[in-house]
Design a protein around this ligand. Structure first.
Ligand SMILES: Cc1cc2nc3c(=O)[nH]c(=O)nc-3n(C[C@H](O)[C@H](O)[C@H](O)COP(=O)(O)O)c2cc1C
Length: 128
C-alpha cells in the first residue's frame, strides 16, 4: 500500500488510477477506521469540513499518522486562498510534510513529478 485517498467527484480516484504504479486504498464515509501499518502517502481533495472529517478519522486510527510520510492536495485554484486547504490543514494538524498538489485530476507532467515524490517518500520512510 503506497497511496491512501478519498474522492468525492472522482478526480483523485482518476489521478491514482492514472499513476498506475502503486497499490492504493480508498477510504469512504463507511470505512475510515482502517489501520495501514506501512509507509504511505495520503491524497486529499479539498471540501468543507463535514466532507473531509473522514481524513482526520483515518489519521487518528492506530498508527496511521506516524506511517503517513507525506500529504498531497487536489483542489481548484479558483478557490484562491482556500486552494488545497484540506491537505494543508491535515499536514499542519498531524505534522506531516505537504509534498505537492495538483488541480482536478492532474496532468501527465504532474503525475510524473508526483510519482517520483511518492517513491522517495515511501522508500526513505521504510529505511528509517
Ligand atoms: C463543493 C465543493 C467545494 C470545493 N472546495 C474547494 C476548496 O475549498 N479548495 C479547493 O482547492 N478546491 C475545492 N474544490 C475542488 C475540489 O477539491 C477538486 O475539484 C478536487 O480535484 C476534487 O477531487 P475529487 O473529485 O476526487 O473529489 C471544491 C469542489 C466542490 C465540488
Amino acid at each position: 500500500m503506497k497511496i491512501v485517498f478519498f474522492s468525492v467527484t472522482g478526480n483523485v480516484r482518476r489521478f491514482v488510477k492514472d499513476l498506475a504504479d502503486f497499490s492504493s486504498l480508498e477510504i469512504t464515509q463507511t470505512n475510515p477506521f482502517i489501520e495501514v501499518n506501512q509507509p504511505f502517502v495520503f491524497i486529499a481533495p479539498a471540501y468543507e469540513k463535514e466532507v473531509t472529517e473522514i481524513a482526520w478519522d483515518f489519521m487518528e486510527t492506530g498508527n496511521n499518522a506516524q506511517y503517513c510520510c507525506g500529504i498531497i492536495g487536489s483542489g481548484n485554484l479558483n478557490f484562491s486562498d482556500l486552494y488545497i486547504y484540506t491537505a494543508k490543514d491535515l499536514a499542519r494538524d498531524f505534522d506531516i510534510p505537504l509534498l505537492d498538489d495538483f488541480e482536478a485530476f492532474g496532468t501527465a507532467k504532474e503525475r510524473e513529478r508526483i510519482k517520483e515524490k511518492i517513491y522517495a517518500c515511501t522508500e526513505s520512510n521504510q529505511e528509517s
